[in-house]
Design a protein around this ligand. Structure first.
Ligand code: GLU
Length: 485
């Protein structure tokens, strides 16, 4: 009897919900549903330093918004839980111990200092980089004794020193990798936390994942994972590495927030309908057949197979997304469209937030529209009479491009989105970039509002929200570089 299909996504909650997560979630979801299987959400939060408390909830909310709901996960539970890696620490420790007992892994007592020196020496010698196996052949007596004496250690996986690792990928065929390039991977860190590799493989096995469908960027990790399955004596899942989403630039670089908004929240706030976004993501590599471009998830499930997925780097093209979104807009009844509009910006709560910002600037109710139009737009143009104010006197386009980019990044890093914190972050940027406060604040004002005179700056930024603010700052950074100093 074949095993029931089980797929998963395993996001790390380190930032905003990413379009790439939704893209991979979609293919996992569709494949599981096609085969009457289960789709699982697992939160990979073992990297405590990078985890962000608000991120897990935002990821779940965005996936629900897209209709990509899971059968098992941290919020809904399930038979193979817990589904948050931070709640599974003892499982990883027990499994590292199993590998020690089987002679497939070993304790490494090398200190971070020693490893640092080793790396430096290897760099200078321009030879093989990586661990030099010093602890690999310690006797078990010595290893036990040193552990008992309390000497800190990591646990490393024994990798073959020669030969090739072979992965069979459903989309790519056989992918070979020389073992010489692969280090004895650390599985358990000296603080007892697992690395991604150990936790990921142990969980995929215990959660009975049959198909690992993930992004191409994980291909370099897969030989380590295959080796782990062998070391445990487990059957490995089917590997499917989806093509990376690309920026629509000349060299089709990997999608990044420097070039394109990558947060799902941005698209939600930009008035993209979830059904349109899912349809658009489906087109990234998958062809429905007969040139059909508009289809629902249910229709995709009906016809889906990985044979219809191609590897040519799919381009995340906003014009195309808007085009598809337009098709979905046309399909909605007026009533439904009204409801969508109310849900985004055209609602009393948003008006109530904006009104105090402009109340003493308006002479009649109609002025409200003029004064607040930029609060309802997504994209602004800087090719306007005030556009040149992005560049203060005596500053170069390059300098201001960098300053506005840094302002966008500072906004990106903010965890608490308050007026005070926004002001403090922008003051820090001015200081770091050796700009007078007004040399930064005027360009920021023009960037976010399109005009030199706008309602109070930090309040406006707060009301606009992080997504549109950093989108505009990045666009303004690009634009300022085209100006003459
Ligand atoms: N935690 C990894 C991520 O952030 C999971 C990668 C995988 O699917 O194996 O995407």
């Amino acid at each position: 009897m074949t095993k029931p299909v089980r797929t998963r996504i395993a996001p790390s909650p380190t930032g905003d919900p990413h379009v790439g997560t939704a893209y991979i979630a979609l293919f996992n979801y569709v494949f599981a549903k096609k085969h009457g299987g289960s789709f699982i959400l697992r939160i990979e939060d073992t990297d405590q330093a990078r985890a962000r408390s608000d991120s897990e909830g935002a990821i779940m909310k965005s996936l629900h918004w897209l209709g990509l709901s899971w059968d098992e996960g941290p919020d809904v539970g399930g038979p193979k839980g817990p589904y948050r890696q931070s709640e599974r620490q003892t499982i990883y420790q027990e499994h590292a111990q199993i590998l020690l007992d089987r002679g497939e892994a070993y304790r490494c007592f090398c200190t971070p200092e020693r490893l640092g020196i080793l790396r430096e020496e290897q760099r200078q010698a321009k030879g093989r980089m990586g661990y030099d196996y010093r602890c690999r052949d310690l006797s078990s007596q010595e290893s036990d004794r040193r552990a008992q004496e309390g000497e800190p250690f990591t646990i490393r996986l024994k990798m073959p020193k020669e030969g090739f690792s072979l992965m069979t990928d459903l989309l790519r065929g056989e992918v070979r990798r020389s073992y010489e390039e692969l280090d004895d991977q650390v599985l358990l860190k000296s603080d007892g936390f697992p690395t991604y590799h150990l936790a990921n493989v142990v969980d995929d096995h215990l959660m009975e994942i049959t198909h690992v469908i993930r992004a191409e960027e994980w291909i370099p990790s897969t030989p380590k994972h295959i080796r782990l399955y062998e070391a445990f004596g487990w059957e490995a899942p089917v590997w499917i590495h989806m093509p990376l989403l690309r920026n629509p630039d000349k060299n089709k670089s990997k999608i990044s927030k420097r070039k394109n908004p990558v947060s799902l929240l941005f698209y939600k706030e930009a008035g993209i309908l979830p059904s349109a976004l899912v349809n658009f993501l489906a087109l990234m590599g998958f062809s429905f057949g007969e040139d059909v471009e508009k289809f629902t998830v249910e229709q995709m499930i009906e016809v889906f197979s990985f044979e219809k997925v191609s590897l040519g780097g799919p381009v995340f093209d906003l014009d195309k997304l808007n085009w598809i979104n337009g098709l979905y807009m046309r399909d909605l009844s007026e009533e439904a469209l009204l409801a969508e509009m109310e849900a985004i910006w055209l609602n009393r709560a948003y008006f109530a937030k904006l009104l105090p910002l402009v109340q003493n600037r308006i002479k009649n109710l109609n002025d409200f529209i003029d004064q607040t139009a930029f609060f309802f737009n997504v994209e602004l143009s800087y090719d306007t009479p005030d556009g040149p104010l992005l560049l203060p006197k005596n500053r170069t386009p390059k300098e201001m491009g960098e300053a506005l980019t840094e302002a966008a990044e500072a906004m990106d890093r903010m965890e608490s989105w308050t007026i005070e914190a926004i002001e403090a972050a922008l003051r820090t940027v001015a200081e770091e970039k050796n700009l007078k406060v007004k040399e930064l604040f005027m360009p920021v004002r023009v960037a976010i509002s399109g005009k030199k005179a706008s309602p109070p700056l930090f309040e406006s930024i707060e009301a606009l929200g992080k997504e549109r603010v950093r989108f505009r700052l990045r666009k303004a950074a690009e634009y300022v570089k085209t100006l003459q100093s």
